[in-house]
Design a protein around this ligand. Structure first.
Ligand code: PHE
Length: 353
C-alpha cells in the first residue's frame, strides 16, 4: 500500500511539472490521457484497488481521488492561462497602428494635408444655421426634374424662352436638369400644408456660355415662406438679415423690379460688388453691382397650381445665387474656380473652427 501512495505522490509531481510545461491544448489533452485515459497511470492504480484490503483501499482510493481532482484543477487553470496568452499575443501581433505611414507613401506624406469642406458648402451651412434659427426647415428635391415642377407649375407659359434648348439641359427621355431650385417650392407645397418656411440649397444647371461669371453648374439656395399674411416688407427684412449675417456688416444693396413668372411683384436685389467695391471688374461685368437675390411674392397661379386658395394664402420667395455670394465673400474673381477641382484654389478656404 505504501508503494501505491508513494507512486501517487510521484505521479502528482510529474503531472504538475508536465502541465506547467505544456504549451498548447494538444499537450494538455495528451497529459490528461496519460493519467486518466484507459491506459493511464492513475487508471492503472485504480485498477489495483481491488487487490487491497478494505482499509487500505479506502486510504489509497482517497489519495487517488485527491490526485484526480488536483489534475483536473491544474489542467483547467493551465488551459485558461494558455488561452489568455494566445489572446494577448494576438493583440500584440494583430494591432494595426493607423498613424504609421506605409513606406511606399513616405515620400508624399510630408506634403499631405487633411481635406476640408468646399467654400460653397461652408457658406451653405452658415446660411442653413441662420435660417433654421429663424424657424425655417431645410428642404430637398431632385436634380433631374420634369417640366411641370421646373416650369409648368411655376407659371412658365409653354413658349417661355427659359424652356429653350439654349438654357435647359434636357434628357433623352423627356426630363431636364433643374435650372433653378424653385422646383423645390412646388415639391414642398405638394407635400406640406402651410404655414411653412423652408430653404432648399442645391445644384442647378444651365446651358450657358461659360465665362468668369457664368457656369453651367452652380448652386442656389431657394427660400420660401407661405402664410396667411406675407408682405414685401417681410421679404426685404429677411433678405437684409441674411446678407448682414453672411457678411458680418451692412452691405450696400439696391432693389430693381425683376421679372420671374412665379412671383408678382418680382425684384432683383443687387449688392455692390465687394471684389472691386463698385468700381467695376469682371465679376460684376464692370457694372459695380452683382445680382445675388432675385425674389418676390409668390404668384397666385403658383399657389393655385398646388391647390392653395390665393385669397387665403400668401407667400414670398427668393433664389440666392450661392456662387456669387461666396465670390463676394472671398473676393473670388472667376466662377469657374469652384468646379475646377484645383486644390491650390480650395486650400485657400480652410474651415475655421
Ligand atoms: N429661380 C429664379 C432663378 O433661378 C430665382 C428666383 C427665385 C426668383 C425665387 C424669384 C423668387 O433665376
Amino acid at each position: 500500500m505504501a508503494d501505491l501512495i508513494a507512486e501517487i505522490a510521484t505521479l502528482e509531481s510529474q503531472a504538475y511539472e508536465a502541465i506547467r510545461q505544456a504549451h498548447d491544448m494538444e499537450a494538455l489533452a495528451r497529459i490528461s490521457q496519460e493519467y486518466t485515459g484507459k491506459k493511464g497511470a492513475l487508471t492503472a492504480i485504480l485498477k489495483k484497488l481491488g487487490t487491497l484490503s478494505p482499509e487500505e483501499r479506502s486510504v489509497v482510493g482517497k489519495a487517488a481521488n485527491a490526485f484526480k481532482e488536483k489534475l483536473t484543477t491544474w489542467l483547467n487553470s493551465r488551459e485558461k492561462e494558455l488561452e489568455e496568452l494566445r489572446l494577448s499575443q494576438l493583440a500584440e501581433t494583430e494591432f494595426l497602428d493607423l498613424s504609421v505611414t506605409p513606406p511606399e507613401f513616405a515620400a508624399v506624406a510630408s506634403g499631405l494635408s487633411s481635406g476640408h469642406i468646399h467654400p460653397i458648402v461652408q457658406t451653405q451651412r452658415r446660411l442653413e444655421q441662420i435660417f433654421t434659427s429663424m424657424g425655417f426647415s431645410i428642404a430637398d428635391g431632385p436634380q433631374i426634374e420634369d417640366d411641370y415642377h421646373n416650369f409648368g407649375a411655376l407659371n412658365f407659359t409653354d413658349d417661355h424662352p427659359a424652356r429653350d434648348m439654349q438654357d435647359t439641359f434636357y434628357t433623352k427621355n423627356g426630363y431636364l436638369l433643374r435650372t433653378h431650385t424653385s422646383s423645390v417650392q412646388i415639391r414642398v407645397l405638394e407635400s406640406t400644408k402651410p404655414p411653412l418656411r423652408i430653404v432648399a440649397p442645391g445644384r442647378v444647371f444651365r446651358y450657358e456660355e461659360v465665362d468668369a461669371s457664368h457656369e453651367h453648374t452652380f448652386y442656389q439656395m431657394e427660400g420660401m415662406v407661405v402664410d396667411r399674411k406675407v408682405s414685401v416688407a417681410n421679404l426685404l427684412h429677411l433678405m437684409q438679415t441674411l446678407l448682414s449675417e453672411v457678411f458680418g456688416r451692412t452691405v450696400t444693396t439696391r432693389l430693381r423690379p425683376g421679372y420671374f413668372p412665379f412671383v408678382e411683384p418680382g425684384f432683383e436685389l443687387d449688392m455692390q460688388c465687394l471684389v472691386c467695391n463698385g468700381s467695376g471688374c469682371p465679376v460684376c461685368k464692370h457694372s459695380g453691382w452683382v445680382e445675388v437675390l432675385p425674389c418676390g411674392l409668390i404668384h397666385p397661379n403658383v399657389l393655385a397650381a398646388v391647390g392653395l386658395d390665393p385669397r387665403e394664402w400668401q407667400g414670398a420667395a427668393f433664389g440666392l445665387g450661392l456662387n456669387r455670394l461666396v465670390m463676394m465673400q472671398h473676393g473670388i474673381e472667376d466662377i469657374r474656380h469652384f468646379m475646377a477641382g484645383k486644390l491650390d484654389f480650395l486650400e485657400q478656404f480652410p474651415v475655421i473652427a
